[in-house]
Ligand binder design. Structure first.
Ligand SMILES: Nc1nc2c(c(=O)[nH]1)N[C@H]1C(S)=C(S)[C@@H](COP(=O)(O)O)O[C@H]1N2
Ligand SMILES: [Mo]
Length: 415
């Protein structure tokens, strides 16, 4: 059994050394079957979702581009990669990349007619609308970047934050291709006076009768992000899939997924942050039990993080390769340590495969021998700024930014 099946790790349980850690394992085991209870769409239990069941539950059409055996389906809008399907190759296949939609996905016709999609570029000297066909004449770049939901790891917080209880699978490493936003802004005369943020607006149809500001996906990031931002129309060498924002997506490498606005209709250089709810009060680091304030830190740049991906539940005694992934947000990963005894002793792992740049993740591996018994596998990454994952990440109201090394442990039984 993998650790992620016990979704609510008792973070606030006494943190004494070995004894309390054992208690904490038992408890997580005991909640394993209850992981999905209370969740609005009652088909989140890992292992139960096959294509047949998915069809029965009438999942949206986009699931035909997904491998549902490798995904935990939390709802028709939220699906995460199963830990055992996170591969040691550097890039996450499109069919296994997690999905997180706030609203219904636009109609398929928008990708069928991709070159005609228009994006309005505002807050520049000569604002105007551009089609993808026109964007393609202005430049091209590719970047490998971790695409991670701010709530990845939310399921480990014990205060039961509302929102999807993701464990480790709301992240992937993706190669985006498109035009640098910088080139587009330059072609339109450069930024207008006083630009402090880049504000992207999603192109979903909003339901009638509800204040659009409460639903619209409109995110602002500091204008410094212009240096690396991309308007992307390809994902991992394929035309950008509808479910991932096709035909056009704003991508900010190193930033949390929420800032990567799908079906982007407007990109504006603005003096202030958007006043949409998703910017103003959601996605803020708010103390547990408090109401979010626009002055609190927004989910922008990601922090250093890693987790073990295999072996996942049982293995034979003897030689074992412990694998996982590590990333540093805007910093390259410099070191990954692995422990097979829940963090008592550590060994440095080897970084595997090509280095796709500082925004990508690195797979890691530790070749070792594990005797018969139960082992608690954890990993801890350090980035080039010297930042290391903490043992525990403090709870916050929305359950964001979890990067503690202890909670995503894998319990493996070796026989
Ligand atoms: N237009 C739009 N963009 C969006 C969202 C959305 O619902 N609508 N969700 C955001 C969130 S919270 C995340 S984590 C990522 C998820 O991207 P993915 O579904 O391609 O993995 O998209 C972000 N961009
Ligand atoms: Mo997200």
């Amino acid at each position: 059994m993998t650790w992620e099946q016990g979704q609510k790790t008792p973070r606030n349980a006494p943190r004494g050394p070995a004894s309390s850690r054992r208690g904490f394992l038992t408890l997580a085991g005991a909640t394993a079957l209850g992981g999905a209870v209370g969740y609005t769409v009652p088909f989140g239990a890992e292992g139960l979702i096959g294509t047949a069941l998915a069809q029965e539950k009438k999942l949206p059409d986009f699931v035909k581009t997904k491998d549902l055996n490798g995904l935990i389906v939390h709802s028709d809008k939220t699906m995460e990669t199963k830990r055992g399907f996170i591969t040691a190759g550097s890039v996450t296949p499109n069919k296994l990349l997690f999905v997180r939609n706030n609203l219904a996905v636009p109609d398929e016709s928008v990708v069928a007619n991709a070159d005609a999609w228009e994006v309005s570029i505002e807050g520049v000297k000569n604002p105007r609308k551009l089609t993808i066909a026109e964007l393609k004449t202005l430049g091209i770049e590719s970047v490998a970047a971790v695409q991670q939901c701010s709530g990845n790891g939310r399921g480990y917080f014990t205060h039961k934050p509302s929102g999807t209880p993701w464990t480790v699978g709301a992240a992937g490493c993706v190669i985006w291709t498109g035009v640098p936003l910088k080139a587009v802004v330059a072609a339109l005369g450069g930024p207008a006076e006083g630009a402090k943020f880049i504000t992207g607006t999603g192109g979903e149809k909003l339901p009638d009768g509800i204040d659009p500001k409460t639903l619209i996906v409109e995110r602002s990031v500091p204008v410094e992000a212009l240096e690396n931002a991309l308007l992307a129309w390809e994902i991992n060498g394929e035309p950008l899939l509808l479910v991932h924002g096709g035909p056009l997506r704003l991508v900010h490498p190193g930033y949390y997924g929420v800032n990567n606005v799908k079906w982007v209709k407007t990109v504006a250089l603005t003096a202030a942050e958007s006043d949409a709810k998703i910017q103003k009060t959601s996605y803020r680091l708010t103390p547990v039990g408090s109401k979010s304030q626009p002055s609190e830190p927004s989910m922008w740049e990601m922090s250093v993080k890693s987790y073990v991906t295999g072996p996942s539940d049982t293995a034979k005694a003897g030689k074992t390769v412990i694998t996982g992934v590590a990333f540093g947000g805007t910093q390259p990963v410099t070191k990954v340590e692995v422990s097979a005894d829940g963090g008592k002793s550590w060994k440095e792992a080897r970084l595997v495969g090509p280095d796709l740049g500082k925004y990508a993740w690195r797979a890691f591996a530790l070749q070792t021998e594990l005797p018969a018994g139960t082992h608690i596998l954890v990993s801890r990454a350090t980035d080039a700024s010297g930042a290391t994952q903490p043992e525990d990440f403090p709870g916050n109201e929305g359950g964001y930014a979890h990067n503690g090394w202890r909670d995503p442990a894998v319990k493996v039984v070796i026989s």
